[in-house]
Write a protein that binds this ligand. Sequence first.
Ligand code: NDP
Length: 331
Amino acid sequence: CFKRYLTNEQPTESDMEIFAGELTLSLAEGTRDVLVRNLYLSPDPYMRNRMREIYNSYLPPFEPGKPITGFGVSKVILSNHPDFEVNDVVAGIITWEKYSVIKDGSGLRNVSSIDVPLSYHIGILGLPGLTAYAGFFNICNPRKGENVFVSAAAGAVGQLVGQFAKLTGCYVVGSAGTDEKVELLKVELGYDDAFNYKKEPDLTVALKRYFPEGIDIYFENVGGKMLEAVLYNLSNHARIAVCGMISQYVSGCGEPIYNLSQLTIRRAKMQGFLMSDYLHLHEEFTQYILCHLKKNNIVYIEDVIDGLENAPNAFMRLFQGKNVGKQVVRL
Ligand code: NDP
């Protein structure tokens, strides 16, 4: 659990606490509850916003002192639910505990029959995967040959967006915060080019260098100065998919954006979206990913940390830019 509501500060490990509790290996009679042993937890940036007391979000704040909830992959230990049997592997919303009781089995998906590493269900086949898929294909409407820019490109969502862009025949450049990530983007993830935004004195100039003819599609993950620079580099009729703005999750409102009028000048479209609006694409998306994984067309990178005791650190790493690929906690 986390101990207190945060405002604009970086979360630290001391903001979170681990409790030892009693485990009862039984389920209340007359319920459709499911007891699961958790195998993988998914630290995700949106969780930082749930640590604010006053936050106008699509999800309510976490309660200090109560177990954190988030996406996870688990094994069924006991089940009162007709859809789940003992030893089934399930994915869905669980608590950050070794074991969770899922009321009515609510939100759990039985993923036992899908032959992939189990952690993929919180990554490429889970929240980041569907987010990248829906955001890129539905919001950006990409066409072959278009110029695509992705920020936080070496993260869970970004690594996939760049590869979807390449599979579509686009030119794609990514930004990331370390040279190691930049190398990864160019060598392993197939980005046409990449740069370390922390080393660029002027992001507007940097983007002009990579996109002399302008950016057709920007997949926005960070906000702030990067968005400001992108707006000055748009081509006519550009699309910006606002997936997230992680630079604001810690600083609150973030930095002001002065040049939104570029949207008018470029007749560009900027649209926010939530993965949860695209659950109807789940089957189509799953088939797309499984097909490309089978053909080795997609590389998927995870950053795995072991142990519940290290889950707070795994979460902080997202905001320190330390994760390479999808941050995962293995229990
Ligand atoms: P990542 O795996 O990309 O991890 C976060 C990364 O963000 C860090 O590694 C770091 O990489 C970068 N970052 C952290 N702080 C800053 C900062 N202050 N300025 C710039 N970059 C920073 O996370 P995800 O792929 O899970 O999420 C990416 C984005 O997608 C987030 O904004 C998230 O909220 C959003 N999202 C939205 C969803 C939706 O439904 N709309 C669903 C899932 C995610 P670097 O080295 O590049 O700095």
